[in-house]
Design a protein around this ligand. Sequence first.
Ligand SMILES: Cc1cc2nc3c(=O)[nH]c(=O)nc-3n(C[C@H](O)[C@H](O)[C@H](O)COP(=O)(O)OP(=O)(O)OC[C@H]3O[C@@H](n4cnc5c(N)ncnc54)[C@H](O)[C@@H]3O)c2cc1C
Length: 759
Amino acid sequence: MQAATTPIVRDIVLVGGGHSHVGVLRMFAMKPLSGVRLTVICSDTDTPYSGMLPGYIAGHYDFDAVHIDLRRLAEFAGARYFRDEVIGIDRSARKVLCRTRPPLPYDLLSINIGSTPQLSRVTGASEHALPVKPIRRFNERWLALLARVRAHAGPTTIAVVGAGAGGVELTLAMQYRLRGELVALGRDPDNLHFHLFSAAANILPTHNAAVRGAFERVLAERRVAIHRDAEVVEVAAGRLQARNGETLAADEIIWVTQAGGAPWLRDSGLALDGEGFIRVRDTLQSESDPLIFAAGDCAALIDQPLEKAGVFAVRMGEPLANNLRRALLCQPLRGYHPQRRWLALISTGDRHAVASRGRFFARGDWVWRWKDWIDRRFMRRFTELAPMTERAAPPVAETIPLEKAEQTQAISAIAMRCGGCGAKVGATVLSRALANIHPIERADVLIGLHSPDDAAVLRVPPGSALVHSVDFFRAFIDDPWLFGRVAANHALGDIFAMGGAPQSATAIATVPPGLESKVEDTVFQMMAGAVEVLNEAGCALVGGHTGEGRELALGFAINGLIDEGLLGVLRKGGMQPGDVLLLTKPIGTGTLFAAHARLQARGRWIDAALEAMQQSNRLAVPCLIAHGATACTDLTGFGLLGHLLEMTRPSGVDAEIYLSELPLLEGAAETAAAGILSSLQSANVRLRRALRNQPEALLHPNYPLLFDPQTAGGLLASVPAAHAAGCIAALRGLGYTRTASIGRVLPAGGAMEPIHLRT
Ligand SMILES: Cc1cc2nc3c(=O)[nH]c(=O)nc-3n(C[C@H](O)[C@H](O)[C@H](O)COP(=O)(O)OP(=O)(O)OC[C@H]3O[C@@H](n4cnc5c(N)ncnc54)[C@H](O)[C@@H]3O)c2cc1C
């Protein structure tokens, strides 16, 4: 996450991480526009590069070779990345509507979401056919198909519906791969039968006769049955029927026909063409809304029909980036003029390809090598990314024209930043931001946000005691909603670890100054995320304070209630020798986020870490109590060793940790091995003095993770050995799937160092 040095004055929101938007991100990375914030929202962190997909299916490339890591690319570009699915646009409010997070405002919006298979037009296709788009789902199903074919002893029939370049290439790639798999297993590859269905008389109808002839021959040699003039009109389980009366029994039916626009575009009010794609001018601006741009398959250039091909989506990236920039600078936009002929390099599955451009035709292994070289060069532009500090900051001469009121707000934001002012966020901004946030109401909150006063007043029911805790930290990710969720979950962790039930919370936040509308949205997003989590925990937000500060930061003072009879049940000091040490969530957030900032972490590792950080410890506590847990704490900044020592010391015991059994977040082993560690690590490492056999354990790959500071970590608990296996199974059943036994409690020995590491 890179801190902005000037206030944000305009927001460009990129919907979808298609081939055009990855180009836009790269261009803005090379030439940022001061005061402009880019946010990319995409359902898939790993966005596929279509040109290499057949090579991936054929087994020539691995998954990462053919996918662009959007989270990492966005970090490189200084852009925000939100993994979510866009489900609509509120054009009057200028907001993007997402499946899981609150609406997000935009000044300019750009859409690059590809196309959607129109399965609903054919009876039974939605239920029984496998569409190639979205690629993520196709990949999951393709891997399942691979496993099925490997496991299935008899013949397998695969039908591919759609005989354009995509369908033909996919058929040959699948066949190449599956035959290879069967040969490797010592089975007969001729047990595989492929059928290709074409609605037209010809395959590859948009390519020249030589190209078509070459593929006809390849398909015939490989015994792929071509069904011509055979538009598939009905699909049932294991069977399809064409309009010409042909039927086929098939084990798998793959759908690669012409697709249409995403259904939600229809409700946007944007002008669409007959297939549901967004009609755009040559400036790539929507015909009906100048604030909205579109590119790639989802855009339909008015009066210039284009084939839906990744090559055009890629080419649109640069003009799109330039026009987004020019639109904000109030400069005239420039037209995009697609090439009339374009080069298609279509592979035959076996490291051989055919070149097609207008009437040009060539084929050979060299064409595949040429395609491979072009594709790898393209991918390098998005994978070989130097961190911001290693790039020269380009001079920014352009200034975004602002309205008068905005100018005043921007100037005062800069002044406040320089003065390091900790002033309160304006009352109007705050009340507008909080107006749409709805904390739960509780009967024991006598005075709270529903009737605000100088302070909140709470009732502690007879027989209950108050559990109180406070936490506060800086945003570690440029996503206020997600940060709000993690911050609230982190703060609640202490109450759960004590066996308490959260009752009420007061928030304290700092928000960087800026235009009122931007500050308001940041506060709204952050508090909306936090209140969702507090509400789920039954915790009422009863008050708070928001000030301006250099960085976004959020903390909570939380009150919980605990039955006085349960007091002490889950203290840190109750460990008993012989107990088993359980950890309910994997560790590694510190090293992963340090690596993310250095562009050294895969986006999907960060996705998974963020998921883990949002998982509440709420359900784990009653389970631990039911299994007789003797002590418990939640893992946060001091790391596993620090928190374990907080338990062994008051318990008067020693402990042993099984280093190899530590559950790690995906990627944490790699980033720690690369020596990338959190800035808090060195403070935690001082605790190595508590290790009895530190020199011996030092070389174990998991050793650094003992000190890794956690955000919203899991629970570390000691459970009597007799109940440990049952407790682990129960916790896994509750969703803490990575719960592990990571050590045991030992009687206090004579040694000065209480912790032994088993390597
Ligand atoms: C098997 C096959 C092979 C192909 N081979 C080639 C080839 O060699 N060369 C070529 O030029 N073309 C090829 N194509 C065509 C090519 O795939 C498409 O033209 C190209 O992918 C379109 O790119 P795009 O940027 O418009 O969208 P896409 O590449 O489809 O990207 C859209 C992105 O938006 C995301 N998204 C979608 N909906 C939402 C939403 N609601 N909210 C958030 N995010 C969303 C998706 O997750 C995805 O990351 C092939 C197609 C197939 C099926």
